[in-house]
Design a protein around this ligand. Structure first.
Ligand SMILES: Cc1ncc(COP(=O)(O)O)c(C=O)c1O
Length: 359
């Protein structure tokens, strides 16, 4: 079967050249006589892979030696728990911004073990925008301030990140390496890999080294950033295959010109789709223009019946993953780094045709 146009939210499309390279090296990783999946995580061969993955990330994102780069398990969801455990000391509180489904999950998890101060809540506005810095009711003594930089379900992102006195922590799962950011503005950045940088089951954590030292004594050894930092992500057996794919994807990004080049491509892809959505009343984008995500584009049709028809006809035409998240309905196209412009162009042509027949 031919490959489809994949607009899945995550796990999501991976670059075809990366898949082909992984296929070519599947049974015999050069010089090792075995698959990466069969290699010891303590072997020289794997050491080269994890070191290259980290070096590529550091180069592409401009990550300085002040930060540790960790490859952890448990997805981004485990980070929702590890962050307050490690970085909010006993008796203290942390600031959280609520921009939608994923920020809410982080807040829920942080509340389990201590005090949370929700410094801005977009619920009353139906989560249609990210706040401005001036909207935030930040506390002077917060241990950190947490944001979700791109809400995968709601389809919004921060056009500009707030400057906070407390270390800023960002869940960048659905936009990591899609646009140029200044890592130094953050205390910590984390992301589940399965959208822009690899397969699921792997979380990337970029954390300022001084914050690693904060961890209270009563946190389980495995759940401490310190443990994974000291052991260079090899405290236990990591997701070796996932780390290998991160290496291949970062090589692929480098070959395209790095994150700045990715951003340009992504902005062009998103603009093409939003231009069509803005061109008639048949389509409606519920998100605030300034906060629109360039990774997860959400929209509505005149009725739920038409939305269902749209998704079904799209599927028949080889467009997969367009149904909006079950919690919000509507349509969503996730157009991560690996989704080629041709896929967007094909989708736009399909949408024009659909509108002409049903508008
Ligand atoms: C913004 C965001 N944060 C966190 C998660 C959870 O990631 P994981 O499934 O890796 O735990 C997701 C998953 O879709 C996400 O989109």
């Amino acid at each position: 079967m031919a490959r489809v146009y994949n607009f899945n939210a995550g796990p999501a499309a991976l670059p075809l050249p990366v898949l082909e390279k992984a296929q070519a090296e599947m049974v015999d990783y050069p010089g090792n006589g075995m698959s990466v999946m069969e290699m010891s995580h303590r072997s020289k061969g794997f050491a080269e892979i994890i070191e290259a993955a980290e070096a590529n990330l550091r180069k592409l994102m401009g990550i300085s030696d002040d930060y540790a780069v960790l490859f952890l398990q448990g997805g981004a969801s485990l980070q929702f728990a590890m962050i307050p455990m490690n970085l909010r000391r006993p008796g203290k509180s942390a600031d959280y911004v609520n921009t939608g489904s994923w920020a809410s999950k982080a807040i829920k998890e942080a509340k389990v073990t201590g005090a949370v101060n929700v410094v801005w809540d977009g619920k009353a506005e139906n989560f249609m925008r990210a706040p401005k810095e001036s909207d935030l009711n930040l506390s002077p003594d917060a241990e950190y301030a947490h944001i979700c930089s791109n809400e995968t379900i709601g389809g919004i992102r921060y056009p500009v990140f707030p400057k906070t006195k407390a270390p800023l922590i960002a869940d960048m799962s659905s936009e990591i390496m899609s646009r140029v950011i200044d890592v130094n503005q953050f205390g910590m950045i984390y992301a589940g890999a399965q959208k822009n940088i690899g397969p699921s089951g792997l979380a990337l954590v970029i954390i300022r080294k001084d914050l690693i030292e904060r961890c209270p004594e009563d946190v389980h050894v495995f759940l401490r950033y310190k443990t994974h930092s000291e052991e260079k992500s090899l405290y236990n057996t990591p997701n070796t295959w996932g780390i290998y794919i991160v290496k291949l994807i970062t090589e692929w990004m480098e070959s395209l010109g790095g994150v700045a080049a990715m951003q340009k491509i992504n902005e062009a892809k998103a603009a093409a789709l939003y231009n069509l959505l803005d061109s008639s009343n048949f389509w409606r984008t519920p998100t605030d223009r300034e906060s629109r995500s360039i990774m997860n584009v959400v929209w509505r049709l005149p009725s739920e019946e038409l939305e269902e028809q749209f998704v079904n006809e799209a599927k028949k035409a080889n467009f997969v993953g367009l149904k909006g998240h079950r919690s919000v309905g509507g349509i969503r196209a996730s157009i991560y780094n690996a989704v080629p412009k041709e896929a967007i162009d094909a989708l736009i042509a399909f949408m024009k045709d659909f509108e002409a027949k049903n508008g």
